[in-house]
Ligand binder design. Structure first.
Ligand code: HEC
Length: 106
């Protein structure tokens, strides 16, 4: 199929998709969903609870960055056993909720 045809077919879908299915993360749900995450992240000094190793700061982080990082772990594009294990069960909606909550914390 020609590229033009793909664009013609794809454009209405993209517009539709963005308007109807734009997921607005819900910070209240995200707070619950990120409880497991905070055992490692969100601790003073950015170490895990024990604290035996360093973890990146995710509270207050940019929302889109958080979503793309989680997707990258889930897809295996970003390799890290722990985070791949923590992201594989997250749905697109979970990621948006979590990112909405985390980006709102100071
Ligand atoms: C067992 C500890 C642990 C748990 C639980 C955990 N993480 Fe992580 N997380 C890490 C570590 C370690 C890294 C750094 C990985 C790397 O170097 O790629 C990381 C990286 C990240 C990053 C990338 C940060 C950056 O600056 O690029 C995000 C986003 C993230 N975690 C979100 C989450 C979320 C959301 C959850 C809960 C669903 C979660 N993590 C649960 C340990 C954990």
């Amino acid at each position: 199929m020609s590229r033009t045809l793909w664009i013609i077919l794809g454009l209405p879908f993209l517009v539709f998709n963005n308007q109807i299915f734009a997921i607005e993360g819900n910070p209240a749900l995200g707070k619950k969903k990120s409880e497991t995450c905070l055992g490692c992240h969100g601790v003073t000094g950015y170490s895990n609870v024990y604290p035996s190793y360093k973890v990146p700061k995710i509270g207050g982080q940019n929302k889109d960055y958080l979503i793309s990082a989680l997707k990258a772990y889930k897809a295996g594009d970003r390799k890290h056993g722990t985070m791949q294990a923590n992201s594989y069960r997250l749905s697109e909606e979970d990621m948006h909720d979590i990112a909405a909550y985390l980006s709102s914390v100071k």
